[in-house]
Write a protein that binds this ligand. Structure first.
Ligand code: NDP
Length: 479
């Protein structure tokens, strides 16, 4: 410290653009500077990626696998440093990073490196003497635009398949969290990824690097994760040059707890779903619906658990919840709570900023917050993206399905019940890309990941990523 972040273009670390401050969410102190890339940096990065594509797209998949696995190994070898950097970027407790997180970051690269060498192809023989088969070809330069909440995980979730299927990349990380992407670039260099294959340009979204990438004629693919409204802007901006999009956008997950659920487990799942990553999580189970017969018991236990969450120094391994990303974001989240109170909802616990002592007095801490609300209230409709969860009693299965589906989002849901038939029935009725039954945030990289409605367009994961990151060619042979 302090971190001196640079762009990574054509295998070299370079400056370019004004420098902006990087803050540690837990103290508010400036811990580094990063460059705000402009049109020149974007042009240079896209040009480098375009040149590198010529060779990388023709490199044998087995050779790409070898190189990318070296990159994944470098990530694993630097797990402690990456854990620390992710906590400095985001404010999430370091214990969360050390458990599974960094391994998932590495697996995002190694899984797709292996997967790309194993996929088969379709064949359609015709009865009149022709055979069709399908070839998968790399597309070109991929712009990967990522948010600040789980940066290393989302950056590698896109870098892995993009590179494994033979594309080259320009990554634009979020302005709040440039450190992780900068470290990833160092590890890519260390792992000898050929120059230009992976480029990183930093910047502030609108009228900066992110926007310039979305309008660049040589960018063929855009994989974007972020707010729904930004996705709409990106789509408009990319229309003139006809990009291919994959969008992972906002969420407002329902967590439905039926009367036969294991109550203790349900409370623990609800805690994790609501408060993991300070609730700054697209998949958050931010609306809890509980059957009326167990509502009072659940709420009493859950509020007790929420009050007991250890909020504090993210570097302390005992801490369960860290700091929100920025003072502006904390104000926004508190604004949602105020609005909900004004709407007449009862704040069962939390609802206020937490002022910690010493160095942490400047941190963006907030008390875990539980609000009793009705499904149509604004607090149940808008994505808060903070440690705020609503609880609502329900009477019938039909009613709760309608409520769970009654937002503009459709990313994920949780269904908790011991009744097998009901579990499958209700899960299938969810308008959501992912449904967890009796658990939360279990991920297999082979499955489709993405959202319905305003939560996204397309799916990534396993062969779904292949479909996005490759062109399907039909070869028709006269036999
Ligand atoms: P934003 O949409 O504000 O930003 C995401 C990225 O887009 C950032 O890198 C940002 O840059 C960039 N950006 C902003 N404006 C433009 C533009 N006009 N053109 C191109 N790029 C642009 O999202 P947040 O970073 O605030 O992240 C929170 C959001 O992400 C939430 O809505 C959350 O639900 C969603 N999300 C969705 C996930 C999913 O899988 N569905 C997973 C995780 C988060 P800059 O930071 O410099 O502004």
């Amino acid at each position: 410290m302090p971190f001196d972040v640079q762009h990574y273009i054509n295998g070299k670390f370079v400056d370019g653009g004004e420098r902006f401050s990087v803050y540690y969410p837990a103290t508010g102190e400036v811990i580094g500077k990063a460059p705000d890339g402009g049109q020149d940096e974007v042009n240079a990065a896209v040009e480098a990626a375009k040149q590198a594509f010529e060779k990388w797209s023709r490199t044998k998949p087995s050779e790409r696998r070898r190189i990318l696995n070296r990159f994944a190994d470098a990530i694993r070898q630097h797990a402690d440093e990456l854990s620390r950097i992710e906590t400095l970027d985001v404010g999430r407790p370091i214990s969360e990073n050390r458990h599974h997180y960094i391994e998932r970051v590495a697996a995002n690269i190694s899984f797709f490196a292996d997967f790309a060498t194993m996929v088969g192809s379709e064949c359609y023989p015709m009865e009149n003497g022709y055979v069709n088969y399908v070839l998968r070809q790399p597309v070109g330069v991929a712009a990967l635009i990522t948010p600040w909440n789980v940066p290393l995980m989302l950056e590698t979730w896109k870098i892995g398949p993009a590179l494994a299927f033979g594309n080259t990349v320009v990554l634009k990380p979020a302005e709040w969290t440039p450190l992780g992407a900068w470290k990833l670039a160092q590890l890519a260099q260390e792992a000898d990824l050929p120059p230009g294959v992976l480029n990183v340009v930093h910047g502030h979204g609108p009228n900066s690097a992110g926007e310039f990438l979305t309008t660049h004629p040589d960018v063929a693919l855009i994989s974007f994760t972020g707010e729904t409204i930004t996705g709409q802007t990106i789509m408009r901006n990319g229309a003139a040059t006809l990009k291919r999009y994959s969008f992972e956008l906002g969420g407002k997950g329902a967590n439905i707890i039926f009367e036969d659920a294991d109550l203790d487990r349900a409370v623990q799942i609800a805690k994790r779903a609501a408060f993991f990553n300070q609730g700054e999580f697209c998949l958050a189970g931010s609306r809890i619906f509980v059957h009326e017969s167990i509502y009072d018991r659940f709420v009493a236990d859950f509020v007790e658990v929420a009050k007991g969450i250890r909020v504090g120094d993210p570097m302390d391994p005992e801490t369960e919840m860290g700091a929100l990303i920025s003072p502006e974001h904390l104000d926004r989240v508190l604004g949602f709570v105020r609005g909900s109170r004004d709407d007449g909802n009862e704040i069962l616990t939390g609802g206020e900023r937490l002022r910690l002592s010493g160095a942490l007095s400047g941190g963006n801490f907030m008390a875990p917050t539980v609000i009793a609300a009705k499904p149509q209230d604004r607090i149940c409709q808008d994505e808060v993206f903070g440690p705020v969860v609503t609880v609502t009693p329900f009477r019938t299965e039909e009613e709760v399905i309608a409520w769970a589906n009654g937002t503009r989002y459709g990313l994920s849901a949780v269904v908790q019940t011991r009744d097998v038939s009901r579990a499958h029935r209700v899960a299938a009725a969810m308008k959501a890309g992912t449904v967890w039954v009796n658990d939360f945030f279990v991920r297999d990289l082979r499955v489709p990941f993405g959202g319905m409605k305003h939560s996204g367009i397309g799916r990534e994961g396993g062969h779904y990523s292949m479909e996005f990151y490759t062109e399907a060619m039909n070869i028709c042979v006269a036999v």
